[in-house]
Ligand binder design. Structure first.
Ligand SMILES: Nc1nc2c(c(=O)[nH]1)N[C@H]1C(S)=C(S)[C@@H](COP(=O)(O)O)O[C@H]1N2
Ligand SMILES: [Mo]
Length: 359
């Protein structure tokens, strides 16, 4: 555990750059508090101070009127919008992959659910006037690689995705300015898509008349070309595409792994389910070794990009180690697989289990 500015004690993965994981217990709330929200940066040269009087967001490239917008301009000239959406790292749950894979060894806390407020990216692009022939839009933040050999973190979206009304430039998180470590003063919010696209300390939006070729799109964050980004260790996929929307998943929040649970006393099991925005329809737990499954109770829906919390009453009847399982299905009928793997530890969606100790 470690404590960074504006943060509570979080699980430390690395300190330069800061990579901090949210302890599971915070997912017993609908919204993840800013001070407990996970942190992930790729490069050590992160912004630690912003002069908000001189900060400008540039919107440039293949546009009719390049814009240079102050934070006041954003608030005054554009309609404010809000959405509850999960930010989830592509590698959330990576430490649970079998066989093990390289990369940050996150458990399930490389995600969080927040109310984001800001302006539609589409409105900014319209104000700048996208010119005919636009292909991609790239996003760059104020972080800088410490060495010239390390590629700057720049991501892109196809122009059609960038123009969808749910993509935002957010200046608030849970009703407050973004914490510095979560991208103050502005970040991109791409609901339903992995947080690799949610560029923090966003300072430049560039419309391109050709495909963006940067390292973080062309080389990193690529997945096998299928909906779960799955492949098998002995037969790695040759056809890869940039990672995009979330898989369907469901995790245990309580009990936590190896937690002692009292025999014969009803225990309220809790978890969260999520998907790419179709919405969670059903969460189930096995009754008799998985022959039949019973419905968990779903908490009220908070929006299609939000966590869907679930719970059920479990009566532990056998002393010793007990293994609980959970699976979710979304409104498109997409469920969860028994096996799921890829070399990068991305897009975890396998049916989860937790082992608890009944005493
Ligand atoms: N500028 C910038 N934005 C970034 C990154 C980064 O390294 N630099 N990392 C991305 C990745 S991979 C993730 S998972 C999220 C993490 O967001 P958080 O730190 O607010 O939780 O930020 C994204 N935005
Ligand atoms: Mo990430």
């Amino acid at each position: 555990m470690v404590r960074f500015a504006e943060k509570r004690e979080l699980i430390l993965l690395t300190d330069r750059p800061p990579q901090l994981e949210t302890p599971l217990r915070y997912f017993r709330q609908d919204l993840t508090p800013n001070e407990a929200f996970f942190v992930r940066w790729h490069v050590a040269g992160i912004p630690t101070h912003i002069d908000t009087r001189v900060f400008r967001l540039q919107v440039d490239g293949h546009v009719q009127r390049p814009l240079s917008l102050s934070l006041d301009d954003l608030r005054r000239r554009f309609e404010p919008v809000s959405v509850i959406a999960i930010a989830q790292c592509s590698g959330n749950g990576r430490s649970l992959f079998e066989p093990r894979v390289q990369g940050g060894q996150w458990r399930q806390g490389a995600m969080g659910n927040a109310l984001w407020t800001g302006v539609r990216l589409r409105d900014l692009l319209e104000a700048a006037g996208i010119r005919a022939g636009a292909v991609d839009v790239s996003f760059d933040g104020l972080d800088e690689p410490p060495l010239a050999s390390i590629p700057d973190v720049v991501k892109s979206l196809a122009v059609d995705r960038a123009r969808e009304s749910d993509v935002m430039v957010a200046y608030e998180m849970n009703g407050e300015p973004l914490p510095m470590l979560n991208g103050f003063p502005l970040r991109l919010v791409v609901p339903g898509w992995y947080a690799t696209y949610w560029i923090k300390a966003l300072s430049r939006v560039t419309v391109l008349d050709r495909a963006f070729e940067g390292f973080w799109m062309a080389k990193a964050y690529r997945i096998p070309n299928n909906p779960e980004g799955a492949e098998i260790p002995d037969h790695l996929a040759a056809d890869t595409i940039p990672i995009n929307r979330f898989t369907v998943r469901s995790i245990f929040v309580r009990p936590e792994p190896e937690e002692p649970v009292a025999l014969g006393r009803p225990y309220e099991v809790e978890g969260v389910a999520l998907d790419y925005g179709a919405g969670i329809r059903q969460v189930e737990v096995p009754l008799d070794n998985g022959v039949h499954w019973a419905d968990a109770r779903l908490d009220p829906e908070l929006g299609k990009y939000s966590f869907r919390r679930w719970r059920y009453r479990w009566s532990p009847l056998a002393r010793g180690p007990n293994r609980l399982m959970v699976r979710a299905t979304n409104n498109d009928g997409v469920g969860q697989p028994i096996h799921h793997w890829n070399r990068s530890g991305f897009m975890r969606c396998v049916i989860e289990n937790v082992q608890v100790n009944v005493v």
